[in-house]
Structure formats: C-alpha cells, structure tokens
Design a protein around this ligand. Structure first.
Ligand code: NAD
Length: 251
C-alpha cells in the first residue's frame, strides 16, 4: 500500500534534515528521487548515500526562490508524480526584532519557493491527471509561535496555498496536502542545542511545548510524507497533517 515503485519524486531541501529523511524513505519505497537543494555539496552527498543503499536518485541545484530557474528545471526533468516542497528557513523575532527585509527573505523561500515549484511542475501533473504535492508547513502554520513572527506569517501562507491549490485542482486527480510538524530533532536543532551550557535542559525546554515532552525524529515526518505520497491516501487532499506531539491540542 505504501509502495512508490515507478514513481518520480522531487524533494526540495533534500540535502538535510526532514527533506533528507523523506528522500531516503521515498527511495527505499522504490521511487526515483530528484534531490533539489541550493547546497550542492549536501544534495550530492545525499544522492550518493541513496545510491549506496541501492536506490535511485539524482541532484539538481536550485534556489527555490528563483522562479525562472525552477521553470527551466521543469523543462529538463521528466514529469513528476510527487512534489515535496520542503525547503524552508526560519527567523527568530517578534515585530520589534523583525525588519521588512526579514519578512521578504522568509517569504521568498517559504512561500514563493513552493509557489514557484508548483508553477513549474503542477501543470504537467494536471495534464497527466495524477500527482501528489506535499508542502512542509509547520505548527507555525496553524498557531502563532512566540517570537517567530515572520516564520508564523509565512507558514500560515503555506497552509493557505495548499488549501487554495486543493480547491482549484483536486477534481483533476492531483492532490495537495500540508504537513505541520512541531519541533523536530534535525542536525541543525541538535547543533543549536549543543551551544547551550546544559543541552539536556535546553532540549527539555524546547520540547516542553509538545504534550509528550519530546521532539519528533525526521523519520516520523517522512512517514507522514510517504502516506500522503502513496496511492493509499487517494481520498486525502486539502488537508493539514499535524505531527506535533499534541502541541496544538491546547495547554
Ligand atoms: P534544514 O535547515 O535541516 O534543511 C533545509 C534544507 O533546505 C537545507 O538542505 C537547505 O540547504 C535547503 N534550502 C534552504 N533554503 C533553500 C532555498 N532557497 N532553495 C533550495 N534549498 C534551500 O531544515 P529542516 O529542519 O529539515 O526543515 C525542513 C522544513 O520543515 C522547513 O520548511 C521547515 O520550516 C519545516 N519545519 C521544520 C521543523 C523543525 O523543527 N526542524 C518544524 C516544523 C517545520
């Protein structure tokens, strides 16, 4: 039910963290995975790792905020079955610490990025009347996260983009869904924790927003992406899958 054999997937930000876990899992399930990242070293390294496991993958360097480059990439690649808009960036600050340029920078990657990739690749899916688009939003797409104004604004926009795409196009058979993780223990988060005098305490504080008291592992987000990518979720479109250890349930 969860096989991706003969499917072609593209994962933006596939060189690190959640994107890497998604790319690996998709390849293990039989997909050919295009890893797209602005970091060529990380992206190529991930392709090598997938090939070493016997999977199929290739790399394309792209800054997702560049609409023309995304359109050019779509001309070069085969039609996609699965598009995962995972690349995203963060910013710490309330209104007082957020400049308009910070908001623009996050918007360019977190919102125009998925929009650009959809503009480039969704028309091919619509023509073939099949495909699954998965946008990595965040808990910040459904709740405000304290001192993350620009991040909250842009991730709410990702949820809105997903719903608008689903409303306009789901009758074609192409599906659009968002995943909203809470805190995930990626290498970046781990390196940030290591900077604290007491990393264990910092972990507990960061994870305390989640009712189960721990961060998710990237593989737990990848499992949700696999569900949304595979035909088993054919009935699911326009949804917003929260994987937040209960964060959004209340406090
Ligand atoms: P990460 O920083 O570990 O990896 C992001 C990857 O995206 C990197 O390989 C980076 O090079 C690439 N990237 C960044 N900007 C890019 C651009 N403009 N063009 C192409 N590639 C670009 O991130 P992560 O923690 O794995 O997060 C992945 C996604 O999940 C993001 O959208 C993030 O907002 C979301 N998310 C993360 C968490 C978390 O706790 N880690 C929680 C909720 C949502």
């Amino acid at each position: 039910m969860f096989t991706l054999t003969n499917k072609i997937a593209l994962v933006t930000g596939g060189g690190s963290g959640i994107g890497r876990a998604i790319a690996r899992l998709f390849a293990r399930q039989g997909a050919f995975v295009w890893i797209v990242d602005r970091d060529a070293l990380a992206g190529r390294g991930e392709v090598d790792a997938i090939r070493e496991e016997g999977g199929q993958a290739d790399f394309a360097e792209l800054d997702v905020s560049d609409a023309a480059a995304a359109a050019a990439l779509a001309l070069r690649l085969p039609p996609l079955d699965i598009l995962v808009n995972n690349a995203g960036i963060g910013h710490v600050g309330s209104l007082l610490e957020t400049a308009a340029t910070d908001l623009d920078r996050l918007h360019a990657v977190n919102v125009r990025g998925p929009f650009n990739l959809c503009k480039a690749f969704v028309p091919g899916m619509l023509t073939r009347r099949r495909g699954s688009v998965i946008n990595l939003a965040s808990i910040g797409g459904v709740l405000a996260v304290r001192d993350r104004l620009a991040y909250t604004v842009t991730k709410h926009a990702v949820v809105g983009l997903t719903k608008a795409l689903a409303l306009d196009h789901s009758h074609t058979g192409v599906r659009f869904n968002a995943i909203c993780p809470g805190r995930v223990e990626t290498p970046f988060v781990r390196s940030r924790l290591a900077e604290y005098p007491d990393p264990e305490k910092a972990y507990r504080e960061m994870a305390s927003t989640q009712l189960n008291g721990r961060m998710a592992q990237p593989d737990e987000i990848a499992a949700a992406a696999l569900y949304l990518a595979a035909d088993v979720s054919a009935m699911v479109t326009g949804s917003n899958l929260l994987i937040d250890g209960g964060w959004s349930a209340g406090k």
